[in-house]
Design a protein around this ligand. Structure first.
Ligand SMILES: [Fe+2]
Ligand SMILES: [Fe+2]
Length: 143
């Protein structure tokens, strides 16, 4: 089936070369697609809010996982990256609290797009930055 224009697709270009992180990123993309599907299908707001909360909880776990990995591997930009995680979480929570039951459909769609943009941008720009470090680190450990 042809993916819808709003759907995100996993591709190897998104890979950071660490299997469990890639699996978590893939899962993220699925959850974001689920949220946007709920918005476009006009599911009730309780369901949409629930899907947002699932993403937020998943993001918190995922960010903690990455941060533990940075600490274990002495990643030099850990502090900066951790700061980006805090910023993304705050921005996400702001999007959620701004929405209430009487918002219009277009505002919900906008919120869904913002969530998508926020997390995907983090993945593409910030998470990509540690890929090369871990690639070199892994090779160094293997040699
Ligand atoms: Fe990540
Ligand atoms: Fe990250």
């Amino acid at each position: 089936m042809q993916p819808q224009a709003w759907q995100l697709e996993w591709s190897d270009k998104l890979s950071v070369g660490i299997d469990d992180i890639d699996a978590q990123h893939r899962h993220f993309i699925e959850l974001i697609n689920d949220l946007n599907r709920a918005i476009l299908d006009r599911m009730d707001l309780t369901e949409i809010r629930h899907r947002m909360q699932v993403i937020l909880d998943d993001a918190a776990q995922h960010f903690a996982h990455e941060e533990a990995l940075f600490a274990a591997s002495h990643y030099p930009d850990a502090d900066e990256h951790t700061k980006r995680h805090r910023q993304a979480t705050t921005a996400f929570m702001r999007i959620m609290t701004r929405l209430s039951d009487n918002h219009t459909e277009s505002e919900w769609i906008e919120a869904g797009l913002k969530v998508k943009q926020l997390l995907v941008e983090h993945l593409i720009t910030e998470d990509k930055k540690y890929r090369d470090y871990f690639k070199a680190h892994k090779q160094a450990a293997a040699s």
